[in-house]
Design a protein around this ligand. Sequence first.
Ligand SMILES: [Zn+2]
Length: 133
Amino acid sequence: MAYDIYGNDLRRGYCEVHPHVHQEYPCDICCREIEQSNRQNEYNKQMQKDYYKSIDPSFDMETTRIVIDLLVVRIPKTDLNSGLLDIDFNGQYLIQIKKEDDSDLWKVTNAMNGYGHNCFEEFKKSEVSFLSN
Ligand SMILES: [Zn+2]
């Protein structure tokens, strides 16, 4: 005897997810649900892209590199004496950079966008480090 997903006996020829439907799995309802879930995933992906676009219309890896390049010139020289800096980039990104020991190399150690969303991964993946001078 087969069982449906709820652990009840499954009648022959009925769907195991929708035991009231006289169709083998996947039944029409299953197919509709799968289709709907695919559409939802596509929608979620698009929403995420739109979200980033709303923050920065040209958001992509190239942008993050440019942002960091711009950061370099925005750091006041006196601040460079400190080994750790928090930089507010036009309210769009809050980026923390740390000076590497015994070098002029600075690396991004934390990054948030203006909505408080952690975007360090995006910056980390861009593998940017730079010289302070
Ligand atoms: Zn079904």
